[in-house]
Design a protein around this ligand. Structure first.
Ligand code: ATP
Ligand code: MG
Length: 360
């Protein structure tokens, strides 16, 4: 059992609540990604689980055992950081073997674990080399190897790929996912990269200002964001948000602005019934807006066209509001042209104007 439980943990630094009421139960073998903007408390949360930072209140359990007051070495975890700082004077083998030697592990056992980890990470041919003779990706593998050889109950990773270039990041992302399948170790991975979160996680934890906004699998986070923040943070380009007034008319429910009026699905009536006449925010993802030269219900002016090869991004203006639309690769209207848009309302959302909470 390699479950990790964070029970309502709080971390206050002088004058700042860095993490507030962080409550999360992580299953054995689960891959959890904590994501959020800079300063939202991701590293602090991870460091408390590691025992590098003492929580102000709340408790932490690893493998069913309360570890709240235990030092890092007694928590059966291994951590991989962004700055993986290998020992420059030691070769790859010794870098990986170092912590095991300190623990007094038998020499033969060390050799077995180092060679096995090197095999898994595809660095067996570099064991004699010094870190400076390796590429960034190879060094990052050694850093992972150092964690693997310890055979911990839980891997904790804090932005381990952010020092690598874009191509290598994608490659290492896949490597870490494969590694997780192979080792099946419980992993908590911190990043501010939403693609890493979406592609690697069993479940994503989205944080903002020290507070968990939503915990769910990637598809649920994408399809059913708990609030406007989650909706805007996950998805590229981000969801479009349009301030509207909710009106009940004879022909059903409408969201209206100066010149724009969008009919809402009848099924939403109950959830919106307390809000007739109020300001709300309509959220539509760029891929859920269908552009056409003519025939759609909303007229918009094209400001910028960005052909990306596999798709075209259109920056348009609709009723005084800028929107981004994702079109097919073959749809490339002229800049300045007036086109029409229709929203796929079954995939749209309505948020509370003040709190940003999802209403629909
Ligand atoms: N030792 C400290 N003393 C005081 N404040 C701290 C300390 N460490 C972190 N903080 C504050 O706690 C908040 C959360 O910091 P944290 O490092 O957890 O953010 P993060 O989500 O990891 O951000 P990033 O993506 O930039 O790494 C920030 O406001 C930060 O300034
Ligand atoms: Mg951090």
């Amino acid at each position: 059992m390699k479950k990790v439980v964070c029970e309502h943990i709080v971390k206050r630094f002088e004058g700042v609540t860095a993490v507030n009421d962080f409550h999360l139960e992580i299953a054995d073998k689960e891959f959890i990604v904590i994501v959020g903007p800079s300063g939202c408390g991701k590293s602090t949360s991870l460091r408390m689980i590691a025992g590098l930072e003492q929580q102000t209140s709340g408790d932490i359990y690893i493998g069913g055992q309360k570890v709240s007051d235990k030092p890092p070495r007694d928590r059966n975890i291994a951590m991989v950081f962004q700055n993986y700082a290998l020992y420059p004077h030691m070769n790859v083998y010794d870098n990986m073997a170092f912590s095991l030697k300190l623990q007094g592990v038998d020499k033969k056992e060390i050799d077995r674990r180092v060679r096995e980890a090197a095999e898994i990470l595809n660095i067996a041919q570099y064991l004699e080399r010094k870190p400076k003779e390796l590429s960034g990706g190879q060094r990052q593998r050694v850093a992972l190897g150092r964690a693997i050889v310890r055979e911990p109950a839980v891997f904790l990773m804090d932005e381990p790929l952010s020092n690598l270039d874009a191509k290598l990041r994608v490659q290492m992302r896949t490597e870490i996912a494969k590694l997780h399948h192979r080792l099946g170790a419980t992993t908590i991975y911190v990043t501010h990269d939403q693609i890493e979160a979406m592609t690697m996680a069993d479940r994503i934890v989205v944080m903002k200002d020290g507070v968990i906004q939503q915990i769910a699998d990637p598809q649920t986070i994408y399809d059913k964001p708990a609030n406007r923040f989650v909706a805007s943070f996950i998805g590229m380009p981000p969801m479009n948000f349009i301030d509207c007034r909710l009106e009940k008319r004879e022909a059903g429910l409408w969201l209206v602005r100066e010149t724009m009026a969008v009919a809402l699905p009848a099924a939403w009536a109950e959830r919106l019934s307390q809000r007739f006449g109020q300001q709300v925010v309509l959220g539509v993802r760029p891929e859920n807006i269908i552009p056409a030269d003519a025939g759609g219900p909303l007229a918009a002016k094209v400001e910028v066209v960005e052909p990306l090869g596999a798709e075209t991004l259109l920056h348009v203006r609709l009723d005084g509001q800028s929107l981004v639309v994702k079109a097919g690769p073959d749809y490339q209207p002229d800049e300045g042209q007036t086109i029409t848009l229709s929203f796929d309302m079954n995939k749209a959302h309505v948020f509370d104007h003040e709190t940003g909470t999802t209403i629909v």
